[in-house]
Design a protein around this ligand. Structure first.
Ligand code: ATR
Length: 273
């Protein structure tokens, strides 16, 4: 049977095996999908061993995405832009192809929620790996403006300069931001420490769409905060997780699985519904 897995550390709580097993059942593909948690300095060896032993493809999550970027034989254009790899496929001619499906997953999830990106004014919070992966797919949707705000302003400036050729992207400090925005995407890891990005509450209004790339069994700190200040449409990163997985599955198997039912089952599994 064709073997796939996700590399991460820690990875025990990953939902990828659950999601891909449902995709395989739905599309009647015979495959198995497991977990691997190598020590940080053992990733390269573990990756090589997996493919030497017949593995067909893998996902890569924190903290290995940058290492994977350096280790594959070839990169897709979107992985090159993201500077990170979350999906690897062994091609028929024995080449390890590195791809990145995170940004495509974000855009697919936003669209599935009915969020309009074309001609919209988007605020992206954070300038780390998650923000970098989102920029090219967001700019491809032709927003009128995409502003990046980050605690460390120089990182936002660097990122904006790097993606400037793809569209109207600029950096501003949190203090400089002036609304109205149509969509705010939180890519920061602030909620991991139970913190909030320092965004002025006045920027939140009833018609704004709020997206937090994080997710949990209950509202993230950022989503709770946005709701308190009047946001009616809030979305967390669970849909992005399922959509990036669907994109990876399509890269591997050439068949695109449906995501709605799988997202529902995942929510049930997490106790969200
Ligand atoms: P990831 O790969 O998830 O993007 P990362 O590369 O470590 O993780 O980036 C984390 C992002 O969250 C950064 O933009 C970070 O801001 P800095 O560049 O100033 O470090 C942002 N971040 C983390 N904690 C934050 C907090 N409490 N408030 C605001 N931004 C925060």
């Amino acid at each position: 049977m064709d073997r796939y897995l996700v590399f991460g550390h820690p990875v025990r709580h990953s939902k990828s095996p659950f999601i891909h097993t449902l995709f395989a059942r739905q599309t009647q593909q015979e495959l198995e999908y497991g977990l691997a948690e190598p020590a940080i300095d053992e990733f390269a060896h573990a990756l090589r061993t997996f493919f030497d032993q017949g593995g067909k493809g893998c996902n890569v999550t924190v903290p290995f995405k940058e290492q994977a970027f350096a280790l594959v034989d070839r990169l897709s254009p979107r992985a090159k832009r993201a500077g990170a790899v979350n999906t690897i496929k062994l091609t028929d001619d024995g080449v390890l192809l590195g791809d990145n499906t995170d940004g495509a997953g974000l855009v697919a999830d936003l669209k599935s929620h009915g969020v309009t990106l074309a001609d919209s004014r988007i605020l992206l919070l954070g300038a780390g790996g998650a923000a970098r992966g989102a920029l090219a797919p967001l700019l491809a949707e032709l927003p009128s403006e995409l502003l990046i705000a980050n605690r460390t302003h120089t990182k936002a400036q660097q990122l904006a300069a790097e993606f400037h050729d793809l569209g109207p992207v600029t950096a501003q400090t949190y203090e400089q931001l002036a609304g109205p925005f149509d969509l705010v995407i939180n890519s920061t890891s602030a909620s991991l420490q139970g913190e909030l990005p320092p965004l002025a509450p006045a920027l939140i209004h009833t018609d704004i769409a709020i997206y937090d790339m994080m997710y949990g069994a209950s509202d993230t700190a950022f989503i709770s905060w946005a709701k308190q200040h009047g946001a009616r449409q809030t979305m967390d990163g669970l849909g992005m997780l399922v959509e990036q997985a669907a994109e990876a599955f399509t890269v591997w198997r050439g068949i695109r699985p449906g995501t709605k039912q799988v997202l529902r089952e995942l929510k049930r599994n997490l106790g969200v519904i």
